[in-house]
Design a protein around this ligand. Structure first.
Ligand SMILES: [Fe+2]
Length: 187
């Protein structure tokens, strides 16, 4: 099994509130905007939501194509992503080449990420993001060009008992009954 992406089949539906009157690439999303049914279902499996964002990618935008990892260093923390795009959208994962140039930066909403260039890394996995998917954002990733607008609601998850970010291994164990058979393509 890959360590980058799993599509989930969960028994509750997320009701997205799409951003209005903005083309911002990333916007905060509050917990109040998440339907109680989803929050309660996660609480029942001892999972909290630590942080929420919504990403917007338009067909003529370059901003989300940057190869990056979320945070200050390589790790295996996950997000629960709900992606909406009328045409195919692909998320890609990469491993850095030896001595790759990695640059620490801040998003417009002041979160840290590490950026690199395509020539500094090797593509290792691709997947179409579902509603929802578990995605490993502690490894280098980006989104391919899209042909229609894409919104992605993205939640950093935590273990309720520790309030620590959920790792890939934690998430695979906690969501094991809901992981769909592989949809994604290892390369
Ligand atoms: Fe990211």
């Amino acid at each position: 099994m890959n360590r980058y992406h799993h599509r989930l089949n969960i028994p509750v539906t997320f009701q997205p509130e799409f951003p209005k009157n903005t083309n911002a690439a990333v916007l905060p999303y509050t917990k109040n905007q998440i339907n109680k049914e989803l929050i309660n279902w996660l609480l029942n499996i001892s999972v909290g939501i630590k942080h929420c964002e919504v990403f917007y990618l338009s067909p003529d935008s370059q901003s989300n194509h940057v190869i990056h990892l979320d945070g200050e260093s390589f790790d295996d923390h996950v997000k629960l992503n709900f992606a909406y795009c009328e045409t195919e959208e692909l998320m890609n994962w990469f491993i850095p080449k030896e001595n790759a140039i990695l640059i620490s930066k801040k998003t417009p909403i002041d979160t840290t990420y590490i950026e690199t260039n395509e020539d500094q890394c090797i593509l290792v996995h691709q997947a179409i993001i579902g509603q929802p998917s578990l995605v490993n954002v502690g490894q280098l990733h980006n989104i391919s060009d899209v042909k229609s607008p894409r919104y992605c609601f993205s939640f950093v998850l935590s273990k309720l008992e520790t309030n620590k970010r959920l790792t890939w291994d934690d998430a695979v164990e906690i969501f094991k009954d809901y992981i769909e058979k592989e949809h994604s393509n290892g390369i």
